[in-house]
Design a protein around this ligand. Structure first.
Ligand code: AMP
Ligand code: MG
Length: 349
C-alpha cells in the first residue's frame, strides 16, 4: 500500500530548505515527523521575534496528543472507547465531543458525502491495517446498514452511537490538527511558517522574503509532478486524492475515500480535490473528502450555494483541472502537464 504520499507538496518549504545557510534568512525551526499515519513537514521562522523552537516543540507534542485522542487503531484512545461502548452513552473529552459535533455538521452540509460512521466499511476494506482486500458485496450491504451520521448524538460531552456503529475521524483529524498548529503559531508570535500534515497544509503569513508560500497541487497521474502551484498566505489548503492511499487487486485500483452510498471507493470522476480557506482547516479536510465523493457537478453546486467560505481545485479523471474563481487568482498552471485548465465562475453560466 502507498501510504506516504501527500496531496500537496509545500514547494516553498523545499525551496527554503535548499537555501538554508546560504541566504539572509536563518534556518527555520521545524523538521519532518511521521504521525497520524502520514509524513508531516514544518518550517517556522523567527522573523518577528517569535519563539519558533518553542512553537515547534509544542507542535510535536500537540500532534502526539491528538493522535492519542483521535486514532481508532489505538486501543486506548477515546475514540476506541466510544467505538467499543456498544451504543451506550459515553462521556468523552470535551474536545473530542466538539470535533464529532463538527463532523456531524459537515455531514449534514454535504448530505452525508462526509460521514464518520463509515468506519466499519473502511475496516472491511482493510484500510486501517496493512492487509487490504475487496470485501464481498453482501458484507458491504450489511455494514452499510450501520452507516448513518444521523444516528450519532452529541449532548455536551456525552456521545452516543447508534447500534452497530463506529466512527473514523481519519477524514478530519489532520485538518483539526492543522487548526491547532495555527493556534500554537499565533500564541508564540510566529508570523512566517509552513506546516504540511500529509496533504493538509497551513501557511502563516508569507515566506521570510515577503513572497507568498508556494503550495504545489500534486498530479494524481504522476505524483512526482505537479498539476499546478498555489501562491498562498494565511491559508489552509487540503487535498484528498485517490492516489494518496490505495491498493491494487486483480489489476484494479481501490482507494481509501469511500462513497457512503455504495460502500465502495468513490468513483466520482474526480482524482483530486483541494479545498482552500483562510480560517478553518477542519472544514477544509471534511470538504476535501466530501467533494471527492460528490464528483464535479455536485461539488461545484456545493461551492456555489452551500454557504461555506472556501475555494477549490478539482482534477478530473478525463484530464481537466477546474479552478474556482477565487483560487484562480492564486493558481499557476503547470505547463506540459497535459491538463486542460478551466476557471469555475462564481455564478453558474
Ligand atoms: P481524506 O484523506 O481526508 O480524504 O480522508 C480519507 C480518510 O477518511 C479515509 O482513510 C477514512 O479513514 C476516512 N473516510 C473515507 N471515506 C470517508 C467518507 N466518505 N466520509 C468520512 N470519512 C471517510
Ligand atoms: Mg479529509
Amino acid at each position: 500500500m502507498r501510504r506516504f504520499f501527500t496531496g500537496l507538496l509545500a514547494a516553498g518549504l523545499m525551496m527554503t530548505l535548499a537555501g538554508c545557510g546560504s541566504g539572509e534568512t536563518a534556518a527555520p525551526a521545524g523538521g519532518t515527523l511521521y504521525a497520524m499515519d502520514t509524513v508531516m513537514n514544518f518550517a517556522y521562522y523567527n522573523t518577528d521575534g517569535g519563539d519558533a523552537d518553542t512553537a515547534y516543540t509544542q507542535t510535536t507534542q500537540e500532534i502526539e496528543r491528538l493522535e492519542q485522542l483521535l486514532s481508532r487503531t489505538r486501543s486506548d484512545s477515546e475514540i476506541s472507547q466510544l467505538n467499543g461502548a456498544g451504543g451506550a452513552p459515553t462521556i468523552v473529552d470535551g474536545e473530542v465531543a466538539a470535533i464529532i459535533a463538527d463532523a456531524l455538521t459537515y455531514s449534514t452540509a454535504t448530505d452525508g458525502a462526509f460521514d464518520i460512521t463509515i468506519a466499519p466499511v473502511v475496516t472491511a476494506w482493510g484500510f486501517t491495517t496493512d492487509h487490504q482486500q475487496v470485501p464481498e458485496q453482501s458484507e458491504l450491504d450489511r455494514l452499510l446498514k450501520s452507516v448513518d451520521y444521523r444516528r450519532v448524538s452529541v449532548d455536551g460531552d456525552t456521545v452516543t452511537l447508534g447500534a452497530g456503529q463506529s466512527i473514523d475521524l481519519g477524514g478530519i483529524a489532520k485538518g483539526y490538527a492543522s487548526d491547532r498548529v495555527k493556534a500554537i503559531l499565533e500564541k508564540n508570535g510566529i508570523t512566517s511558517a509552513m506546516a504540511s500534515l500529509g496533504g493538509n497544509v497551513y501557511v502563516r503569513g508569507s515566506k521570510p522574503d515577503g513572497s507568498a508560500w508556494r503550495v504545489a497541487v500534486q498530479d494524481p497521474k504522476n505524483t512526482a509532478a505537479y498539476a499546478g502551484v498555489l501562491s498562498l498566505t494565511d491559508s489552509f489548503a487540503v487535498t484528498s486524492g485517490g492516489y494518496q492511499r490505495y491498493f491494487t487487486q486483480d489489476g484494479k485500483t481501490y482507494h481509501h475515500i469511500i462513497d457512503p452510498a455504495t460502500g465502495a471507493p468513490a468513483e466520482s470522476g474526480l482524482t483530486s480535490v483541494t479545498i482552500i480557506s483562510p480560517d478553518n482547516g477542519t472544514m477544509c479536510d471534511a470538504f476535501s473528502t466530501a467533494l471527492f465523493v460528490m464528483g464535479e457537478k455536485k461539488a461545484i453546486d456545493f461551492w456555489r450555494t452551500g454557504g461555506y467560505n472556501f475555494e477549490m481545485v478539482l482534477i478530473t479523471a478525463d484530464g481537466r483541472v477546474l479552478v474556482s474563481e477565487g483560487a484562480a487568482k492564486h493558481f499557476e498552471q503547470e505547463k506540459g502537464s497535459g491538463y486542460a485548465y478551466e476557471t469555475i465562475p462564481r455564478t453558474a453560466p
